[in-house]
Ligand binder design. Structure first.
Ligand SMILES: NC(=O)c1ccc[n+]([C@@H]2O[C@H](COP(=O)([O-])OP(=O)(O)OC[C@H]3O[C@@H](n4cnc5c(N)ncnc54)[C@H](O)[C@@H]3O)[C@@H](O)[C@H]2O)c1
Ligand SMILES: [Zn+2]
Length: 360
């Protein structure tokens, strides 16, 4: 039984969430309509030794004949060079247009293998098998695939929906602590923008979540993905509603860029961005100061940062905000909360950004 279906008309697909699902991958792939035969498992150098054999075995048991293609772990593999090497391997494996690509790993693998699947032979069936919390609650669903260009992140990409998503929550057990907590930033985001009861649940479940107990992990991944699926199903190509997923991201991106990529993980910068956006919401959008503090306390309970560093290069930060790719003249798109669990988007004038910068 799938956890749920992402309703995208001709691109509709199932999502399965639960511990131990990698062992059933072969059957799941067959019931999603994928045809046994040649296939590729694309993974990275950290994930391969942990999970490639299990996925390979499960696929072989169902009649697939996969090759395992391993790329070095890390963001550097989301490059045109790594993509070119990946195409080479797919050619050597003699894949045809029915051969599925299984993206086994975090968001880097999902984006890279997803873009390869979108483009190789004008499109191969794609299966997402996310193994990080970020990938399980966010990047595996939604169809955004990309590689980076030296000029900017995710500059070269495509919207390309997977045929199936299998989130094996048992894989989260081996994730380093910092990467695990990072994913919680995006989880809290869904509560803040869509689901106030989820915030209350996260508040009480946080100790069990941080201890990575299986039941709360499964519940958290499924609920997060359902929210993303709902938003994406109503706005596949980011025309309107999908923008609310950028809550905390305008400031988060600026912080990532101005602090130098690598100082903050994305989810950490977004955590700080959400706290700032909540304070801004309390000032301009009807969120109460108590609700803003409650969100901050939850982010703190997830052991994520909530404040920008004290000796902050204000000018770099403002420059980065202005360079935000969603900017329009002197305004940036800013997602605010009018209450916990409900988001609004609005263009924020440059003056307001300066006020925010001074208030932080
Ligand atoms: N397509 C989208 O909608 C979307 C959304 C959010 C982020 N992203 C992209 O996702 C990327 C970040 O994803 P990420 O945070 O998953 O990073 P990642 O893929 O680099 O994974 C983080 C680290 O964890 C390791 N790892 C993965 N699974 C593991 C496991 N189960 N056990 C132990 N180690 C494991 C990886 O090897 C890597 O070292 C960025 O490139 C970002 O642009 C895309
Ligand atoms: Zn994000």
């Amino acid at each position: 039984m799938p956890a749920f279906r992402v309703e995208l008309g001709p691109h509709a697909h199932d999502v399965h969430v639960g511990p131990g699902l990698m062992a059933q991958l072969g059957e799941l792939a067959r019931s999603a309509g994928l045809i046994p035969g040649r296939a590729a498992i694309v993974t990275d150098s950290n994930v391969a030794p942990l999970y490639a054999a299990a996925v390979d075995g499960a696929l072989k048991a169902a009649g697939f004949v996969p090759v395992v293609v391993e790329v070095p772990a890390g963001e550097a593999s989301k490059s045109l060079e790594a993509l070119a090497r990946l195409y080479d391997r797919l050619t050597e494996a003699e894949l045809d247009r029915a051969s599925p690509i299984f993206a086994l790993g975090g968001g880097v693998i999902g984006d890279l293998a997803g873009f390869a699947a979108a483009t190789y032979l004008r499109g191969l069936p794609l299966v997402q098998i996310p193994t990080t919390l970020v990938a399980q609650v966010d990047s595996a669903l939604g169809g955004k695939t990309a590689v980076n260009h030296r000029a900017a992140k995710n500059l070269i990409g495509a919207f390309y929906q997977p045929r199936l998503i299998v989130a094996d929550t048992a894989a989260l057990a081996t994730l380093p602590a910092r990467e695990f907590r990072e994913g919680l930033g995006e989880v809290i985001k869904y509560g803040a923008i869509i689901d106030a009861p989820f915030i209350a649940w996260l508040e009480s479940a946080m100790p069990a979540i941080l201890a990575r107990e299986p039941a709360p992990l499964e519940a958290l991944v499924e609920r997060s993905l359902r929210h993303k699926a709902h938003v994406v199903a109503n706005d596949e190509r980011e025309g309107g509603l999908r923008k609310i997923l950028n809550f905390g991201h305008t400031l988060g991106h600026a912080l990532e860029a101005s602090a130098g990529y690598g100082s903050y993980l994305h989810g950490e910068a977004v955590a700080i961005g959400m706290v700032a956006a909540a304070r801004l919401s309390a000032r301009y959008a009807g969120l109460s100061a108590d609700e803003a503090s409650r969100l901050e306390a939850l982010i703190e309970a997830a052991k994520l940062p909530t404040r920008m560093p004290p000796r902050w290069q204000s000018e770099n930060f403002l420059r980065a905000l202005r360079l935000d790719k969603k900017r329009a003249r002197d305004a940036v798109e800013f997602v605010r909360l009018d209450r916990l669990g409900h988001a609004l988007t609005r263009k924020l004038g440059f003056d307001e950004i300066v006020i925010l910068d001074q208030a932080r």
